[in-house]
Every structure is written in structure tokens, then in C-alpha cells.
Design a protein around this ligand. Structure first.
Ligand code: FAD
Length: 422
């Protein structure tokens, strides 16, 4: 197919999720001409927010790490980031089919029935030391090995694993790098997280409007089917047209898509298994009895996101129940669904308060996880893993920095930077 648009862009960005939007803004700020493609018909990807009844819901519960790469980059772009901290007072841990006060602070640590007095001491000292621990020597150690090395007590073991799951969204301690998990938990404990007013759509809209104002062209009329040729004469092929670009950033979500578009075949294996979750989003006409419940002996959690975030009409509540899915879990949809229904009931959701619900069976939270066997974060595929000059990658499975949206943001920034110096 001949190029149907005579214009040659400096960079074509494939994917208008957070990674693509950040890369486009960075390049446009430096005066580069940029075209962004997305087959979904709009920008945002997994950071979109939609309506459930008249409540706002993200694509599953999303928390922005205050000290993370995404927030730092959003601040740098001047995108307002406003929200509320999770209501953790009185949070509960689900253990042995009972709700226990979660040892989330000194008072609850003393009062919790989850731990014996000796275990309370062990947990108190461990949580105090955690943010000061050096994660570097643990990059090649699995999270399971590390937890085994710090405690032999089952309840402490399970509590640590649950906190790591919460911070990383990953339920795979036998593969996950302890160094990567420890960095993430320390960041969460130190800087905290925000549930965003208006949902993550506010970030998407802010980044999209900013990019448009800087001259970025958006093409939402078809998925890209190939990034062909050699830089600086790339052809970006969609079902409706061919476009020319000197360079490209593939920020299309998954390593599988990146393989398909670029013709390389080593990315899926290098990225490791995805972190997945089953999600039940709930629009409620009043808050449930419990606002935050973490599964200690099972991989689940429940949280009311609005309030604190402005997501629901006054007096009402928006909540999510999550089941973290181990890479080997291939349950039928009704298994996770009933786990999440039971969890909502345990957390005190009154069926009569339910205005609407949305069940998402298997969401890919991150398209890869930092494997201890590959050296942790440093072992993830780099922005240049395609091996074609001028064709770079970005996403939550790319590069040595951060997890989740922070990885997407950091790799997008790094990919744009690399093109600016080349
Ligand atoms: C349930 C859930 C909970 C999460 N919670 C958190 C959290 O609490 N904190 C956090 O930091 N992160 C969280 N995340 C992760 C975060 O949402 C993602 O890491 C981030 O949004 C990824 O952005 P991205 O741009 O890399 O990918 P995506 O958002 O997947 O964007 C990729 C885009 O590429 C487009 N695309 C794909 N193929 C093509 C093609 N061929 N042509 C054109 N376009 C294409 C897609 O349509 C999509 O819009 C969560 C994710 C989920 C699912």
C-alpha cells in the first residue's frame, strides 16, 4: 500500500494509553511532529474511567503512587493530580474466615487479633525497618525465598505476602523478584497512594488535551497492523492507510502486540507472565460496613474508592472487590465471581444498597512481572529490545524502573528521551 498521507511525522506512537500519551507529550514539547494511533476509538487504554449507574469506575481499582514515576511526570507536565488517601483507619485483614483489625499502625498493631504478642513485635520491627532495607541484593531472590528468610511464623509470613500483593498487584511470590517487590512496598509505605477525584480519566483527558495543544495528531480510526521498514523511512500500516514516520514508539499494551507489529519474537518470553485480576466494581447507595479489607490467607482485597475520591454522588459509595490471579489460575468465570460476591458480603455490602455492578473476569493489570531469575527490574525488556534502530518500546513490562503505571510512564519518558538525543 502506498503512503496515503504525504506528510512524514518525526515519530509515530502506537497506543494512546498512559505510555503513549506521555511519550507523545514529551516529544511534542521538544518540537517533534507526532502522530498517535489507537484502535480503541479514544485515548486512555487501561487508564480509562467509565460510568456505572452514575458512579465513576476505573478499569478496576486504581491507586496512584505518590512517589512514583507517573506522578512525577504528570507534575512535570502540569497535569493536576487530585484525590484522597485510602480510608485505612479500621482496616481489616481476612484470615481464617474472620475479619481481624489489620496492623496498619502502632495502635492497630497492639489491638489486632491477627497476631500473637511475639508476632506483633516481629511485624512492628519489620515494618519499621522495611523502608530502609537495601533492595539491590534481593533482585535475584524470589519474594517467596525472601519472606521465608525473614520469618518462620505463618501469620507474619501471610501478612507480609498480602502487603506485597497489595503493593505490586502480583500474586506470584515464587517468581517475583523480592528486590522489585520491596522497592514497591517501601514506596507505598513512605509516600502513600491517592485515589483520584474523577478517576484516572482526568489524567487521560489532561494528557490528551495537552498533547493536542502541542500539535500532536491523533488517529483513532483503526488499529496499526505493522511498523514496517527501517528508520528513518518507516511505514505505519493500519487497515485504512499507510503513514510515514522517521521513528516509532510501540506503546500498544502487551508484548504480544509489540511482537506482532515489529516482527520480533522474543518479547513475550522476556516479559514474564502477566499480573492479572478478576474485579467486581460496585455502585452502592451507602457505604458498606468495612472500607478496606485485605485477604491475608487468600489473594483478595476490597476497597471503597469513593469516597475518599469524588466518584459517587454525596452519601453514596463506589467500591471494588479484587481477586489476584496467579499466572497458573485458569478458573471459569463463575469461580472468581463467587469469590468476589462472598468477599463483598463479608465486607458488609448490603444487597439492598446495590445500584449497579460490573464484573471483569480477567483483567491484565501489568503485562509482565520482574522475575528474580532474570535479575528483577533490570532484567525486563529494554526500550530498545526490538533491536531495530528508531523503533522503541514503552509499557508496564518495559525498562528497569517501577511497576504498573509507573513502569509505563518511566519507559515512555525514556523512549521519548532516547529519540530526542538520536
Ligand atoms: C484492574 C487494574 C488495576 C490497576 N491498578 C493500578 C494501580 O492501582 N496503580 C497503577 O499504577 N497501575 C494500575 N494498573 C495498571 C495501569 O492501568 C497500566 O499499567 C497502565 O494504564 C498501562 O498503560 P499503557 O499505556 O502501557 O497500556 P494500555 O493502557 O494498555 O494502552 C495501550 C493502548 O494501545 C492500544 N493498542 C493496542 N494495540 C494497538 C494497535 N495495534 N494499534 C493501535 N493501538 C493499539 C490499546 O487500545 C490501548 O489504548 C491497573 C490495571 C488494571 C487492569
Amino acid at each position: 500500500m502506498e503512503a496515503t498521507n504525504a506528510r512524514t511525522f518525526d515519530t509515530a506512537v502506537v497506543g494512546a494509553g498512559l505510555a503513549g500519551l506521555i511519550a507523545a507529550n514529551r516529544l511534542a514539547d521538544a518540537g517533534r511532529s507526532v502522530v498517535v494511533f489507537d484502535g480503541l476509538g479514544a485515548s486512555g487504554g487501561r487508564a480509562r474511567t467509565s460510568l456505572l449507574s452514575d458512579h465513576l469506575v476505573n478499569q478496576g481499582p486504581h491507586a496512584l503512587y505518590v512517589d512514583g514515576h507517573a506522578n512525577r511526570i504528570l507534575q512535570r507536565f502540569g497535569i493536576p493530580v487530585e484525590g484522597g488517601e485510602p480510608l485505612t483507619r479500621g482496616t481489616r485483614g481476612l484470615y481464617d474466615d474472620r475479619l481481624h483489625l489489620l496492623p496498619a499502625g502502632p495502635v492497630s498493631l497492639l489491638r489486632t487479633t491477627l497476631l500473637s504478642p511475639v508476632e506483633k513485635l516481629a511485624v512492628g520491627s519489620l515494618l519499621a525497618r522495611l523502608p530502609r532495607m537495601d533492595p539491590d541484593p534481593l533482585d535475584e531472590v524470589t519474594l517467596a525465598e525472601w519472606i521465608d528468610s525473614v520469618t518462620r511464623r505463618q501469620a507474619v509470613h501471610d501478612l507480609l505476602a498480602a502487603l506485597m500483593r497489595l503493593a505490586t498487584y502480583v500474586d506470584c511470590p515464587e517468581l517475583l523478584s523480592a528486590g522489585a517487590a520491596l522497592r514497591q512496598l517501601s514506596m507505598a509505605l513512605t509516600g502513600g497512594v491517592l485515589y483520584l477525584h474523577g478517576g484516572w480519566q482526568v489524567l487521560v483527558d489532561g494528557l490528551t488535551a495537552r498533547a493536542e495543544a502541542a500539535g500532536v495528531v491523533f488517529r483513532f480510526d483503526g488499529s496499526v497492523t505493522g511498523v514496517l521498514g527501517d528508520a528513518p523511512h518507516l511505514t505505519i500500516r493500519t487497515a485504512v492507510e499507510d503513514l510515514s514516520a522517521r521513528t516509532a514508539i510501540v506503546a500498544a499494551g502487551s508484548p504480544g502486540t509489540a511482537e506482532r507489529l515489529t516482527g520480533v519474537n522474543r518479547l513475550v518470553e522476556a516479559a514474564g507472565p502477566p499480573a492479572r485480576a478478576a474485579v467486581l466494581d460496585l455502585a452502592l447507595d451507602r457505604p458498606p460496613e468495612h472500607r478496606f479489607v485485605l485477604g491475608i490467607d487468600r489473594p483478595v482485597y476490597f476497597s471503597v474508592h469513593g469516597p475518599p475520591a469524588r466518584l459517587a454522588p454525596d452519601g453514596q459509595a463506589t467500591a471494588s472487590a479484587v481477586r489476584y490471579l496467579h499466572p497458573d489460575t485458569e478458573d471459569a468465570s463463575d469461580v472468581s465471581r463467587s469469590v468476589l460476591d462472598d468477599l463483598a458480603t463479608t465486607c458488609g455490602v448490603d444487597p439492598e444498597s446495590l445500584l449497579a455492578e460490573r464484573y471483569l473476569h480477567t483483567m491484565t493489570v501489568a503485562h509482565g512481572l520482574p522475575l528474580a531469575a532474570l535479575g528483577g527490574l533490570a532484567g525486563r525488556p529494554g526500550i530498545d529490545a526490538v533491536g531495530r534502530p528508531g523503533v522503541l518500546l514503552a509499557g508496564d513490562w518495559v525498562g528497569p524502573d517501577g511497576l504498573l503505571a509507573d513502569a509505563a510512564a518511566a519507559s515512555a519518558w525514556a523512549a521519548a528521551d532516547a529519540l530526542l538525543v538520536s
